[in-house]
Ligand binder design. Structure first.
Ligand SMILES: *[C@@H]1O[C@H](CO)[C@@H](O)[C@H](O)[C@H]1NC(C)=O
Length: 434
């Protein structure tokens, strides 16, 4: 065999082997993490073109606890700025999900008719494809087609998921935005990124490794331009870090964590993280809005040690069978209310009008650099959205009316003036793209 042919042959074989590992559905604990640094014999920096984590020794593991902290301690030591990640071992061990969701058959039988959002296993943020389909269709195909459920956790599944005690009093329980379901055959690799919200990521099946990096190192990490949103990601290829292009990666300190079923990791707002999964992988995450002051007035009276299911707490964005949209990734509607109020004040108006709404809408959908303006069609749309808020159709809302606007209307307005967050109908995009 010629060298080139041999190389191709071995690439082919190794691809097959990798696939075989991922399709076996057993936790592949053979992959060492954190990695051992390999000295460079090429004169190039250590870890050049290796996966993220091979460029520098980690600072150590993420701080971990065998029992979740009480809400006040969690606030004081981790969830208040400066945010500090943590791992809770076996925090959801009592959740029925940890036993029941090990089996595709169980999920298919009980939840197969529920719709979820599905994307490709290997994340491509520049070219995302996301489809909506029933869980049963996903389960029939996910090993062969490298599919990944990244979706709002459907309401009926919340009953089998536990909320760890740290979130059971004070503002925590009032600021939960949504819960997400993550399901794949393993071998997923996220890009290095951060999100706007706090996140408790709990593993139900498989193994997940996390690389954690404080937000302040963002300027060493080849960040994608993302001014408008509270989230961000790097352009770096995390499987092959190019230290010629991004030499400063070697200077960035990082911590690590490995989750097993039942464990949770707190990923703070704006904290960089990169996630790899091994074996059939199921996780549920709970997201909430960071707040500045902790109000513990109900903590003395709440029994945080009573087993609490995720279906026993209020979430802002939910999905149940038959809902037209799966509202994923939207902001807190109370934050939206404040944005609307502030815009009214910025414009020095004492009334909220379609014009004020159009400023926000334009900010969300137009490219400032291109100096674009809202067209007549867009204005027509804004007036329609406005008329949903203007219950007595008098053409404006007073500040008081805006403060009193009901949650359901605010949610509707949020959906309508933010860019689409996912596929709306069943037929957005095609199965062939996945
Ligand atoms: C704290 O929360 C309670 C309700 O749990 C509320 O009645 C009270 O006004 C809040 N206090 C502050 C200072 O926001």
């Amino acid at each position: 065999m010629s060298t080139i042919k041999a190389a191709l042959f071995w690439t082919f074989i190794s691809v097959l082997c990798v696939d075989a590992i991922f399709d076996k559905d057993v936790g592949d604990d053979g992959v060492p993490f954190p990695p051992t640094l390999q000295p460079s014999d090429s004169g190039l920096p250590v870890g050049h073109l290796s996966p993220l984590g091979y460029q520098r020794e980690p600072e150590g593991p993420v701080k971990e606890y065998t029992q979740p902290l009480a809400p006040t301690e969690f606030w004081e030591q981790h969830a208040r700025d400066p945010y500090v990640p943590l791992v809770y071992r076996q925090a959801i061990a009592k959740a029925p999900a940890v036993t029941n969701w090990q089996s595709d058959e169980y999920i298919r039988e009980k939840y197969g008719d529920l719709d979820v959002l599905v994307e490709k296993k290997i994340e491509d943020r520049m070219n995302p494809v996301r489809l909506r389909m029933p869980l049963s269709e996903f389960l029939d195909n996910y090993h062969r087609k490298q599919w990944y459920v990244v979706s709002l956790l459907p309401d009926p599944m919340r009953a089998e998921m536990q909320v760890p005690r740290s979130l059971l009093c004070g503002n925590f329980k009032d600021s939960i935005l949504e819960s997400n379901l993550w399901l794949s055959s393993g071998g997923t690799r996220s890009v290095l990124h951060y999100d706007a919200d706090h996140n408790l990521h709990c593993l139900i099946s498989g193994r997940k490794d996390f690389i954690m990096i404080p937000n302040k190192y963002g300027d060493k990490l080849d960040l994608a331009d993302n001014k408008k949103s509270g989230s961000g990601f790097t352009h770096m290829n995390v499987d092959k870090v190019d230290l010629v292009k991004n030499p400063e990666v070697s200077e960035v300190p990082w911590t690590w964590a490995t989750l097993q079923p039942g464990d949770c990791i707190f990923i703070p707002s704006r904290y960089f993280h990169q996630v790899r999964s091994y074996g059939r992988s199921v996780a549920a995450t709970i997201m909430w809005d960071p707040f500045r002051e902790f109000n513990d007035s109900d903590c003395a009276t709440r029994d945080i040690d009573k087993y609490t299911a995720l279906s026993d707490v209020r979430l802002q964005w939910t999905y149940k069978k038959g809902d037209k949209v799966i509202d994923m990734g939207y902001i807190n509607v109370e934050t939206m209310r404040n944005i609307l109020l502030n815009e009214m004040k910025d414009e020095e108006l004492n009334k909220f009008t379609p014009e004020v709404l159009s400023i926000l809408y334009a900010y969300n959908i137009l490219d400032e650099e291109e100096d674009e303006q809202l067209g007549e069609e867009d204005m027509e749309y804004v007036r329609k959205v406005f008329s949903l808020m203007d219950k007595d159709q008098k053409g404006y809302l007073t500040e008081e009316e805006l403060r009193g606007l009901d949650i359901e209307t605010l949610k509707l307005v949020t959906r309508l003036i933010e860019p689409a967050h996912g596929p709306i109908g069943e037929n957005m995009g095609s199965r062939d793209e996945l």
